[in-house]
Design a protein around this ligand. Structure first.
Ligand SMILES: [Zn+2]
Length: 177
């Protein structure tokens, strides 16, 4: 794809961006993400973001969002700080009503926009909130805590499943900004 590379805008109109196959790349300031920051162990200053608009074979407009970011979290097993690596690779599909019938393939998430532009930092914050683990933990040997409780593991999976039921439910708030 040979789209023109643009700097990250303050606001983005996902419909327009997908129509124009716009490509945005840059570093976003995360310091004012007031819903995300309290959930982190220390401040996340910035994150690299890549957004590519487009339309897929089935006619879905999308905004392909890619990010590689390490979130500073606390391991719930040993209570020490950890870097939770997140690799975001989702296609956000702008929808104009919560009632819009969506049968999206895997890797797609609805993004409620009501034909309006959204603040990019709100969009990125929402994506990162979606990536936060219900229970943060070091992976296997990286955790200095000796016990590994399998029961916890099962509970964790159930919670994750529950959370997956309502992705982007907070996007409604974005529309009021
Ligand atoms: Zn740990």
């Amino acid at each position: 794809m040979c789209s023109k590379l643009n700097k990250l805008p303050l606001r983005i109109d996902p419909h327009q961006a997908s129509k124009e196959s716009a490509l945005y790349k840059g570093v976003i300031d995360c310091s004012k993400m007031n819903r995300l920051q309290p959930l982190l162990q220390s401040q996340l200053n910035s994150a690299e973001v890549e957004l590519q608009g487009g339309v897929d074979l089935y006619g879905n407009s999308y905004l392909h969002c890619k990010m590689n970011v390490a979130l500073p979290l606390i391991c719930q097993r040993c209570l020490q700080g950890m870097q939770y690596k997140v690799k975001v690779n989702i296609k956000l599909v702008p929808v104009n009503s919560e009632l819009e019938d969506l049968d999206l393939p895997e890797g797609y998430e609805p993004l409620l926009t009501k034909w309006k532009s959204v603040k990019l930092s709100d969009l990125v914050e929402e994506v990162l909130l979606l990536e936060l683990p219900v229970v943060s933990r070091h992976i296997g040997d990286e955790c200095p805590a000796p016990l590994y409780d399998e029961v916890d593991e099962i509970i964790e999976e159930e919670q994750v499943e529950e959370q997956r039921q309502k992705p982007f439910s907070n996007l409604k708030e974005l529309l009021n900004n």
